[in-house]
Design a protein. Structure first.
Length: 134
């Protein structure tokens, strides 16, 4: 038997993406990236710049604790499902709601992203949780 596969029309694909963004992406997050800027004395300084605010699906994948030199260290891995059109790069940071790199608290470092490498209707991003401050 012969199976004829048809491509999904672009308008239908866009409607599916819009529906996912409107109805399933519920966690407000902000994407930040380091951008080189002139420091005014002939050099370059890296500074954090807000790239986008959007909604996604944030979920915890694994947690672990280790004792190293009598100190407990934690490692928490998370994943973020977000719009495929949003450019998310390795080493970007994800903050919840309206927190920023200049505030104490939790943030997520982007470990990997499938931006530009997928034909899916969503983008999958691997995150590592960090905490600044005490």
């Amino acid at each position: 038997t012969w199976i004829h596969l048809m491509a999904i029309p672009q308008t239908l694909l866009q409607n599916i993406r819009t529906g996912l963004a409107n109805y399933t992406f519920t966690q407000p997050v902000t994407l930040w990236r380091t951008i080189p800027q002139r420091d005014g004395i002939g050099g370059v300084a890296m500074s954090w710049t807000k790239v986008a605010s959007f909604k996604g699906i944030l979920k915890n994948e694994s947690n672990s604790e280790q004792i190293i030199s009598e100190a407990i260290t934690q490692h928490c891995s998370w994943s973020l499902v977000c719009p495929v059109s949003l450019e998310v790069r390795q080493d970007d940071r994800i903050y919840l709601d309206e927190t920023t790199p200049y505030m104490l608290g939790m943030y997520f470092e982007v470990a990997a992203s499938d931006y530009g490498k997928t034909d899916a209707i969503v983008q999958n991003v691997d995150l590592i949780q960090h905490q600044t401050g005490a």
